[in-house]
Design a protein around this ligand. Structure first.
Ligand SMILES: C[S@@+](CC[C@H](N)C(=O)[O-])C[C@H]1O[C@@H](n2cnc3c(N)ncnc32)[C@H](O)[C@@H]1O
Length: 198
């Protein structure tokens, strides 16, 4: 894919995330998240990714998360003994939320506003690179994406990817019959976001 086409897709995506950022601070979900982040052992990581991270010995590893959004997951690595070092995202509004969360958690966390396809050379290398749900599906060129990811990895680094297919969004686990589709795959607006983080 040409650099120009990648830039056009990623800038449209950035605009969409920026437009939705205020929703993530509305309702009491945000206040509860801030409160939770201030507690020892804070984690929003589910059992599956927690087990995966333990398996790959997250303890003591300096971590970067790509597409970190508000950094709630990156911050959660501390509960497993990891060292949350850097969150990369191209949405400044979500990174601002990440700084608030890191403050609440009492962590010195750096965030970098950058398009993963156009990273500055000085970002550095890390022992753990984390990519979680909702990132890969936005990437217009996966080989280029993973070239950028490899540039973030130190010798012996671990890359943890925890992703699902967006098709799963058509199901609502809280419905009476959770195995039947609850939403259209083609809806333009999110039908599931409730403002709850925890
Ligand atoms: C679905 S969110 C990740 C949410 C995260 N898994 C969580 O639960 O907190 C995807 C993030 O990827 C970021 N993103 C998308 N394309 C990007 C790009 N090209 N470079 C950097 N960040 C990007 C978006 O701004 C968004 O914050």
């Amino acid at each position: 894919m040409s650099t120009k086409s990648i830039a056009s897709v990623t800038s449209a995506n950035k605009a969409a995330w920026e437009a939705s950022a205020y929703l993530h601070k509305s309702g009491d979900g945000w206040a509860r998240l801030i409160e939770a982040a201030s507690q020892p052992g804070f984690s929003v990581l589910d059992d599956t990714v927690t087990e995966l991270l333990r398996k790959y010995h997250v303890e003591g590893r300096c971590a970067v998360q790509v597409g970190c959004n508000n950094a709630r997951e990156l911050i959660s690595l501390a509960s497993l003994g990891g060292v949350p070092m850097l969150g990369i995202d191209q949405s400044p509004s979500f990174l601002a939320q990440g700084r608030e969360l890191a403050d609440a958690a009492g962590l010195e966390l750096n965030v970098l506003e950058a398009n993963i396809y156009d990273l500055p050379k000085s970002v550095g290398r890390f022992d753990l690179v984390l990519i979680t749900i909702g990132v890969l599906s936005w990437m217009p060129d996966l080989p280029e994406f993973f070239r950028a990811i490899s540039g973030l990895m130190d010798d012996g680094a671990v890359l943890v990817i925890y992703e699902t297919h967006p098709f799963l969004e058509i199901f609502d686990p809280h419905r009476e019959n959770p195995h039947e589709p609850g939403f259209s795959y083609f809806e333009g607006a999110s039908s599931t976001y409730s403002g709850d983080y925890l």
